[in-house]
Write a protein that binds this ligand. Sequence first.
Ligand SMILES: Nc1ncnc2c1ncn2[C@@H]1O[C@H](COP(=O)(O)OP(=O)(O)OP(=O)(O)O)[C@@H](O)[C@H]1O
Ligand SMILES: [Mg+2]
Length: 340
Amino acid sequence: MLMQKLIRFFSTDIGIDLGTANSLVYVRDNGVVVNEPSVVAINDKSEVLAVGEDAKKMLGKTPINIKAIRPMKDGVIADFDITEVMLRTFIQKAQTCVPWYQRLLRPSIIIAVPSEITEVERRAVKESAKKAGAGDVMIVEEPMAAAVGVGLPVYEPRGNMIVDIGGGTTEVAVISLSGIVATKGVKVGGDELDRAIVQHMKRNHNLMIGELTAEQIKIKIGSAYPLEDDKVLEVRGMDMNSRIPKTVKVTGEEIRRALMEPITVVVEAVRIALDKCPPDIAADLIDSGIMLAGGGAVLKGLDRLISEETGLPVFVSEDPLNAVVTGTGIMLQNDLIYRN
Ligand SMILES: Nc1ncnc2c1ncn2[C@@H]1O[C@H](COP(=O)(O)OP(=O)(O)OP(=O)(O)O)[C@@H](O)[C@H]1O
Ligand SMILES: [Mg+2]
């Protein structure tokens, strides 16, 4: 007990959402102190040039000797070394906001990972965090962290459904009595929606666009359900035949059609999780409904579509992009890392 108190006094407690699109870091008693894209820019000598926001700006715009890399793919580590660099940068950044004596010991870390990753992938995350400077590392499942983060009553003997739609993955979980009762994960998230837009622009407008432009189109005029005020957007890219830059007009309606295929996969994941639920817990969802979190939850009309497809009430959490990291933060504040 005394030992734990000492460790707690001389080290920083950190919660991390290591996401495919964004990484967030929570420091005990300080809140969310890092919120940056999961991107690292390196040159041809493997020297790191930028991490996070600055590196994301370089995506698709780098000269030949520079690469902007997204080291996480489908919610798991795709590039070990780069993930480690990124983690170390974010951990160090987080530690700048604590007093010097809390930097004497290595930080204790709670890190959220997708619920359906393999034991090997789980160990890889732990190892990467340790190499990046962590002391104790505790792994929590992302949907559980998200559910805690959005304030669902996870401890009660009652079913609650959380759907976390991230950049690389969508995770659906039904939680009761602090445990996951039914779950379904698919490797489809916001990135797949961006890719669908890139394809659509190629096929229908002969226009090549980059990932970042596709993401902007999705955010500005994308939707999952017909809107009252569908917008039109001017999009710049490169003509596929003439290879010269051009501008075309795209409508919200056509983008919605382009997004339908990946969105159907997300809706299907919700259906499968519902199907796996014991009947009494499924019945609880008629009242408690479905809570959406993650950046994908912000897509216009997605709540309405899922509600129509399932017949259940659907809510979008207040701060969907912060749900997972807030959950790890609540776990830190409750000393979960020491009790384990
Ligand atoms: N307003 C918006 N409309 C639609 N999509 C959005 C919006 N804002 C952000 N997104 C998308 O949300 C995704 C990022 O969400 P989030 O940060 O939750 O993912 P992540 O946690 O990094 O990924 P994962 O959980 O899969 O590892 C991106 O694909 C981004 O384009
Ligand atoms: Mg996530």
